[in-house]
Design a protein around this ligand. Structure first.
Ligand code: ADP
Length: 527
């Protein structure tokens, strides 16, 4: 839980750092663009002022000539005006208004009616400018007005005072479009621009893809008593020069890296947690395995004790025989002594000692089988001896129950390294099961075969008994599976035999045909 919070903190910190860097770079970029726009805007304002002043200056020179000549004949005036307009391309038209405010002359002549109409329509702006110019005896500019074909324009008025007496006005009508195209061309400006006067757009050059909400700069431009406003945006060239992919890249990489970092941390911790859990589980399993091994060894031991019960009759018989021989010799001993038959006495004692040895070896084998052998070291023993000693315990029983025992042990079998007592226990268990299987059969045969195949010792225990039903054959190696009556079978013999053979690196398998018999095959590695 704790490391999920840490992963979250890493992600949030990384994201905050990335967004912060992106924001900083963007602000820096906008500052660069802003200063570019500011310098362009400043230049445009300057050029507009200079250009307009120059244009007005030319008009002033025309007015000076009028005053100097004390009025100019119409032809001369028209010639001057046309020359002037060809040279100063921003003019829409020129006019002379007499001292009674009547329009007298217009250049070009074809625009007489248009100019007259225009000036009468906007007479209040125009009259204001006339009055202002007359009063101040210098240049005045009207408020913007609508030209017939050329958008917005304005009127520049110059009062004429030849010999100090007022003689009307020289009027220049400008088109904003013409004026601005001359100015922008002269200054090679490609910046989007809008010009406004008294809240009205008088000129606009804004490409469609300009984002009007961004990096806009407003500059106030006072001209001859009027206030124009210029709005500028960064041009495409400024944008492509100043904008870069760096902020977006920083943001994307930053977010990706913080995401990766946080998830790597999260997964690393997950893996560590899982590893720890696995280690705990492994430890648990190890303890459980130890427990199972202990239980198994206890089970092996207890089934072995059960087998001991089975063997009791055989053992009793085995011990009985030497005891009878001892008793007989002991009985005869005093008689031989009385008859002074020393040789016979010695022979009796020798026989007694031989029988005691035999009884001792039986008891030794029995004690050996009875103790817990699970932790015994593997020892090398003769394969033949291993099989014969297992059979020895039961031979008597087989005889008493009229069971024919067939022994077929291949000659010169190699030694085998194993836990002798455990393998004996397996064989004993198979032989006891075979014995029980033939109990009610007509033909009672139990056999044991041993031979070598490759590097394995193969021991087959077979019988002519009842066989195993097909629905039981898959379960006979399961612990506690038994078909024997209560008290006779534990159902543990085969499951323990299976475990013992597996521990020896071998294999145990079964084949059975109902009514005909069963064969168990034990395979043990020879090296
Ligand atoms: P138990 O002998 O105590 O029943 P085992 O595990 O040795 O336990 O045997 C399980 C069962 O397998 C037996 O009860 C019996 O039904 C069957 N079985 C084992 N060996 C033979 C055999 N040779 N012939 C027929 N059935 C057998």
């Amino acid at each position: 839980m704790k490391y999920q919070i840490i992963a979250g903190i890493i992600l949030s910190l990384g994201a905050a750092l990335s967004v912060g860097s992106w924001h900083y770079l963007k602000r820096y970029e906008n500052q660069v663009i802003g200063s570019e726009v500011a310098s362009q805007s400043h230049n445009i304002a300057k050029v507009i002022k200079v250009q307009l002043t120059e244009q007005v200056q030319s008009l002033k020179r025309m007015a000076k000539r009028w005053e100097y000549n004390n009025g100019t004949p119409f032809d001369q005036w028209l010639f001057d005006a046309m020359n002037f307009m060809t040279y100063e391309q921003a003019y829409h038209s020129l006019a002379w208004v007499d001292k009674y405010n009547q329009i007298q002359w217009v250049a070009p002549i074809r625009q007489v009616s248009e100019v007259k109409k225009l000036l009468s329509e906007v007479s209040q702006y125009h009259n204001n400018a006339l009055a202002q110019a007359k009063q101040s005896q210098t240049v005045a500019i009207s408020q913007s007005l609508e030209l017939a074909q050329d958008g917005k324009g304005f009127v520049v008025v110059l009062p004429l005072f030849p010999k100090g007496e007022f003689d009307g006005y020289l009027i220049g009508i400008f088109s904003f479009n013409q004026l601005m195209s001359v100015i922008l061309e002269t200054g090679h400006f490609d910046t989007p621009i809008t010009m406004m006067e008294a809240g009205q757009i008088v000129y606009q050059q804004v490409p469609e893809n300009t984002r009007v909400d961004q990096n806009m700069l407003q500059t106030k431009l006072p001209v001859f008593g009027r206030q124009w406003e210029i709005y500028n945006w960064p041009s495409q060239s400024v944008l492509s020069r100043s904008k870069s992919l760096l902020p977006a890249m920083v943001l994307t990489f930053g977010l990706c890296i913080s995401f990766l970092l946080s998830f790597s941390f999260y997964f690393a911790r997950q893996v560590e947690r899982k590893k720890h859990e696995l280690e705990m589980k492994n430890e648990e399993l190890r303890l459980k395995n130890k427990e199972i091994a202990n239980t198994q060894s206890q089970l092996v031991h207890s089934t072995k004790l059960a087998s001991l019960g089975e063997m009791a009759t055989g053992i009793a018989h085995e011990l009985n025989q030497p005891l009878q021989v001892i008793s007989m010799n002991a009985e005869m001993g005093p008689e031989f002594l009385a008859q002074n038959k020393t040789n016979r006495v010695v022979k009796s004692f020798t026989d007694i000692m031989q029988q005691v040895d035999r009884a001792q070896s039986i008891i030794k084998q029995l004690r050996c089988f009875g103790r817990d052998s699970a932790h015994d070291e593997h020892q090398s023993i003769s394969s033949e001896e291993l099989i014969k000693s297992s059979l020895m315990f039961l031979k008597r029983q087989f005889t008493s129950k009229n069971i024919e025992v067939r022994e077929n042990i291949a000659p010169a079998l190699p030694q085998i390294k194993c836990n002798k007592v455990q393998i004996e226990q397996v064989l004993l268990n198979l032989l006891v099961n075979a014995r029980d299987a033939v109990e009610n059969s007509e033909v009672k045969v139990v056999g044991i075969k041993a031979f070598q195949k490759d590097r394995r010792l193969l021991i087959e225990v077979y019988d002519s008994g009842s066989g195993i039903p097909s629905d039981a054959i898959d379960r006979i190696f399961d612990p506690f599976f038994t078909t024997k009556e209560v008290g006779k079978g534990t159902g543990l013999g085969l499951s323990i035999s299976h475990a013992i053979i597996e521990q020896h690196g071998g294999d145990i398998s079964v084949e059975s045909e109902q009514g005909k018999g069963t064969q168990f095959l034990v395979q043990l590695p020879l090296n």
